[in-house]
Write a protein that binds this ligand. Structure first.
Ligand code: TA6
Length: 293
């Protein structure tokens, strides 16, 4: 079938020539390239590309929980499941040239899933490339249960960076964050842009809907726009933690930074029949100087 590669991943192409690959395993974006063919998302050289676990890199979807709580799988089961194509009219998603710029996926709970999380939902995920090559993910989660349920969520986004020491985040200054490295203790960020010189694992709460990740060496700025997702998670495992991860190279912490649009601090509650929408839009723009975004 056109638009699918040998591994069953869906290939997207924007009119500008940007591309993305979406794996049905996890509904995970596993590649996003600009019109020059530069890869913008990180994938570990040690990533395990087949089920049952999510591959290390790209954008795994964390649902129905972000983190580790109770009997539910760590970061939820959505990233580990096979998703279906949700396309009534697949031809509509193709451009004149035959390539497609978006795909609609769907996840419903299996019987196994309802044992660890006894709720019924329909999770629809549209992944698209805009005409300029920006990457957009829109999640719509509907409660098809007779009772309310609550969940947390994250787009666990592994950005590809030149060297973590050359990277800074703008937009999270002076915010409160929960520090996962010290029992989720609450701290307040100082006034400066965030830079990296050791392990970081934080949930910045009630963060702005637009933040920027500046890669000085690559002269590239990622602009991250979110909607419906109040928090931003920032994670880099650094050297020691990297060595404990079997599917992550010892030195690869230098080449990636996770910046996740998330609903992590407070769960989202849906009443029967209600639907929630959470959006992420990523763009990568050349930056000629530091304030250029
Ligand atoms: O905050 C990000 C985080 O929860 C970290 O604690 C970290 O270990 C990471 O996600 C990756 O989790 P994973 O289950 O994919 O190894």
């Amino acid at each position: 079938e056109a638009g699918r590669d040998g591994d069953g991943a869906v290939l997207l192409r924007s009119p500008s020539g940007a591309t993305a690959r979406v794996s049905l395993h996890g509904g995970q974006v596993v590649s996003w390239k600009n019109d020059r063919g530069d890869e913008l998302l990180f994938t570990s050289s040690k990533a395990i590309m087949k089920p049952p676990k999510a591959m290390r890199g790209g954008i795994p979807i964390c649902f129905p929980q972000f983190g580790n709580c109770g009997t539910l799988e760590r970061h939820g089961f959505a990233r580990n499941r096979m998703w279906g194509l949700d396309e009534e009219h697949p031809a509509l998603s193709r451009s004149d040239s035959g390539s497609r710029s978006f795909v609609d996926l769907i996840l419903k709970p299996s019987e196994e899933d309802t044992k660890s999380w006894p709720h019924s939902f329909e999770f629809r995920l549209r992944i698209s490339l805009t005409k300029d090559g920006d990457l957009s993910l829109v999640s719509r989660i509907r409660n098809v249960n007779g009772k309310p349920f609550s969940f947390s969520f994250a787009y666990h986004t592994y950005l590809s960076v030149s060297d973590i020491s050359e990277v800074r985040i703008e937009g999270l200054e002076t915010l409160d964050y929960l520090d996962n490295l010290s029992q989720r203790e609450r701290h307040t960020e100082q006034g400066d842009a965030i830079t990296f010189e050791s392990e970081v694992d934080r949930v910045y709460v009630s963060s702005p809907n637009v933040i920027a990740v500046l890669d000085h060496e690559k002269k590239r700025t990622f602009v991250i726009r979110k909607d419906g997702l109040p928090d931003t998670v920032v994670w880099n495992p650094w050297e020691k933690k990297a060595k404990t991860m079997a599917d992550f190279g010892d030195e690869e912490y230098k080449q990636t930074l996770c910046v996740d649009a998330a609903a992590a601090e407070r769960p989202i509650t849906l009443r029967p029949g209600e639907e929630w929408t959470g959006r992420l839009e990523l763009s990568a723009v050349p930056s000629t100087n530091c304030s250029d975004h």
